[in-house]
Structures are given as C-alpha cells and as structure tokens.
Ligand binder design. Structure first.
Ligand code: GLU
Length: 287
C-alpha cells in the first residue's frame, strides 16, 4: 500500500468510536485525552467512525457521537472518515497480503471452532476469545475450491506463522506508557482480516486507516493493548509507517469497574438530560 509518510513530523491523533451505542464517560475521557494532547502538540485531532459491523452500528448513534463530542467542545476536520465508505481501501490491503501468500479462507462456524477447541483441550485463549485452531489452514486446494463453488460463506484469515517468517525480524512498538514493547502476536493467532459478512475486519481497517490518515500517535484505552500485538505485524507486512502508541488506563466507576454500557454506565446524553454543564462534566472526568 502506498501512503505518504508523515514527513513533516506533524502530530496527528484520532478518536475512533464504533457507533454501537451512546457514548459514556469512558469515551469522553478517551476522546478528551487525545484531543488535549493534539492541542498541546499543535497537532490535529481526527474523528473516525468505525462502523464496519453494520448489524450493530446505527446512524442515530453516529449523529449522537457528533452531537455529544461537540457539546464537550471538541472540533475536528471534515469530512470524517466513515469506515463503511472505504471498503476499496481494505480490499487493496487484502490483495497485497494475498499476493504475499499470507491469507487463507476459513469456512468454520463458531460451533466448528468450539468443537475443534474442545477436542484439542489445551487451546490458547486471547482477550478476544480462543485462538483459532487452524482447521481451515490444512484444507487442500481442491476442497477450498469445492466449498467456494458450493457457495459456502467464508472469512479470510492471516496465516500468522507464514507472516512472521516473511517479516524475519523481531517486531514491537514504542508506547508512551508501556515503553518499547515486543510484539507477541501469537496471543491472537490467525486473526480474521475479512469477515464472512463484511469484506474487512476491525484489525485490518484500523491499521489501514491510521496509515491513510497519517496518524502519528495512536492514543487509546489499554483495553486495546492486546490488539497492538497484531496491528504492528500488519503494518510491517503492508509496509506502513510505525505510529507511536499511547495506551492510557481506563476511567473506572465508583466500584472500580470499567465503564461500559453493559454495566449500565449512564451515557453522555443521560447526563446532559440531567442538566449537567459541559464544564462540570469535563471536571468530573479530570479535565
Ligand atoms: N473502534 C474501536 C472501539 O470503539 C477503537 C479502535 C481504536 O482506537 O483503535 O473500541
């Protein structure tokens, strides 16, 4: 993939929410951390909408993101990059990896994977669930062809072992919080790069977009730290510039639990409706 290098040393960071719900304090904290840093560096703060999961993403949530962030006083350059409008870019990256012989189709259902893992007993687990046991990596070409012509849906996975032997050097990243970190991509294994229902995946789109948008500093919560182990592999394979990372700790609620919709964290709009001012809100999250 050809992207222009961020030669001017211009500081660019981003906040990249998925519009699967209303933003809460945890999001506001992450967005503000990136925003204030960009201001301090005389840099650029970008907003990106990560909406490839069309079953969970809703345009009402996209509009709410714009509204809530504006209420907090944030501004960003337009147009906002909306991932679902850029499948062509992800396809180019996939083609590049395909040309290197690093991809394989995976026909497994969740059930197939569970069955296989049960049989294997000591299956490694990642933060995102079990590491794929590699079932479809062993399929002969004839079987792959037959399944595809029979219309069987498939995802596309990265052959990590082959990818690492292609790279042939230790990989890692510079992190402002965690210092230099060596990558251990085995914790994620043969990740999905294109889903059965979407022609890309979170890992692929985020890496492609950060490069295309010349993001120099990836500032995000440390709940995503584990994903960086594979993102740096993709950057190397696609010959993309290496951004600096900053994985900040998450804002916790009074009980020390991570704020999430699932545990009933009030959304920014709930708090707004209760009459809080933006200034009071920002103060409550340490800004
Ligand atoms: N869209 C991701 C999320 O909402 C964040 C991606 C990133 O910051 O790299 O969790």
């Amino acid at each position: 993939m050809v992207t222009e290098k961020n030669t001017a040393g211009h500081f660019v960071t981003r906040f990249a929410p998925s519009p699967t719900g209303f933003l809460h304090k945890g999001h506001a904290f992450a967005a503000m951390t990136a925003y204030r840093r960009a201001q301090k560096e005389n840099g650029t703060f970008l907003l990106r909408i990560e909406d490839i999961d069309q079953t969970r993403c809703k345009s009402a949530f996209v509009n709410a993101i714009y509204e809530d962030l504006s209420w907090l006083g944030l501004t960003w350059p337009e147009p906002v990059r909306i991932q679902s409008e850029h499948y062509g870019d992800y396809k180019n990256a996939l083609d590049q990896l395909e040309n290197l012989g690093l991809l394989y189709p995976c026909f497994c259902t969740r059930k197939d994977i569970q069955r296989e893992l049960k049989a294997a007993q000591s299956a490694p687990h990642s933060m995102d669930g079990p590491v794929y046991p590699g079932t479809c990596k062993k399929l002969p070409n004839s079987e792959i062809k037959a399944k595809i012509s029979a219309g069987r849906p498939y995802a596309i996975r990265l052959n990590l072992k082959r990818a690492l032997s292609y790279i042939q050097e230790p990989i890692g990243w510079h992190d402002e919080i965690y210092n230099y970190t060596s990558a251990s991509p085995d914790i994620l294994g043969d990740i999905v790069l294109a889903r059965k229902d979407v022609p890309t995946s979170y890992h692929l789109s985020v890496v492609v977009d950060d490069a295309l948008q010349k993001v120099s500093h990836i500032i995000r919560g440390d709940d995503l730290l584990h994903t960086t182990h594979i993102h740096v592999v993709l950057q190397k394979l696609l010959e993309l510039p290496a951004p600096i990372y900053h994985h900040h700790s998450l804002l916790l609620d009074d009980k020390g639990e991570r704020l999430a919709k699932r545990i009933g964290a009030p959304s920014i709009r709930d708090d707004r409706a209760a009459g809080i001012t933006a200034q009071e809100y920002l103060k409550s999250i340490g800004f």
